[in-house]
Design a protein around this ligand. Structure first.
Ligand code: ZN
Length: 289
């Protein structure tokens, strides 16, 4: 049921304005105002704040992988990647907001399916300064464990990453006939359209993630890798995909199920994002807000 205010009710949208008009008139007439009118006067006629303006805060777009009908990888103990990604992104959002240095939005805050192109579109539409896609995929080799970070390129850095990109890019098979997956040729064209400074920013962010993770969180060998990930193709938003660990590895899956481990990952990610924005590589990014 829609709540409607009647004219004259204290919560009517015009009530504050009428209070202010009355307050101004009363002050002009030298009258003592009732407390409610004084409060309204304070609220509506407060002088602009004096002092240093708040520094601009860049918008960080977090992208929890998969969701809805796409579970992502399913762990050896049955954990769904989509749930791990969502919980980790929520914790990272909490930590970034607590720092007061960023605005943070999520491509999905609930368990819904979003096609890859739409994830990029959300970041572009909101003019994000940085895009971070969060995953915990599966590999064929269950012994491989550790975190890793990926940037967009037209060729894959290694066979394992090529396979990972194929799996990630096939997420759109859940989307129905509108999306048919993206061929390697189209991925190469997309990658070539990404601006040079966006590539530099993405590479810098990937380096910052590796540096922040190294002291605390186990990393894959050669943890900074690249391939034709469709979700990283925003032309002017530096973008990385972080694999927080692999669902195909028993220890990684067990760790990512724990809130304390996800908090540690989020803390390292926050340091990585701080490092990125403190660097000159972020100099060209949008800093509005
Ligand atoms: Zn994934």
């Amino acid at each position: 049921m829609q709540v409607r205010f009647l004219p004259g009710e204290p919560d009517h949208p015009d009530a504050g304005r009428r209070h202010m008009i009355r307050a101004v008139a009363c002050v002009a007439a030298g009258m003592i105002l009732p407390a409610s009118a004084r409060a309204a006067h304070r609220t509506l006629a407060a002088p602009p704040r004096i002092g240093r303006a708040l520094p601009p805060r860049p918008l960080v777009m977090l992208d929890p992988g998969h969701g809805g009908k796409d579970p992502g990888a399913i762990g050896v103990s049955g954990t769904y990647e989509k749930h791990v990604a969502e919980a980790a992104a929520a914790e990272l959002q909490r930590q970034l907001l607590a720092s007061g240095r960023y605005r943070v939005e999520l491509t999905r805050g609930t368990d819904i399916f979003i096609p890859l192109e739409d994830r990029v579109g959300i970041a572009e539409g909101r003019q994000a300064a940085l895009f971070v896609s969060m995953h915990a995929d599966a590999l064929h080799d269950p012994s491989v464990r550790g975190a890793s970070v990926y940037t967009l390129a037209d060729g894959a850095s290694d066979a394992q990453t090529a396979a990972l990109a194929r799996t990630e890019n096939s997420a759109d098979r859940f989307a129905g006939p509108r999306f048919h997956g993206t061929s390697p040729e189209v991925q190469a064209i997309l990658a070539s359209l990404v601006r040079q400074e966006t590539r530099v920013g993405s590479a810098h962010m990937a380096g910052s993630v590796v540096n922040a993770f190294r002291p605390q969180i186990g990393l894959l060998n050669n943890p900074s890798r690249h391939a034709g990930f469709v979700v990283l193709k925003a032309a002017d938003i530096p973008s990385v995909l972080v694999e927080m660990g692999f669902m195909s590895n028993h220890q990684d899956e067990a760790a990512l199920r724990q809130a304390s481990h996800r908090a540690m990952v989020a803390s390292a990610m926050t340091r990585a994002i701080d490092g990125y924005f403190a660097s000159s590589a972020a100099g060209f990014t949008r800093l509005s807000g």
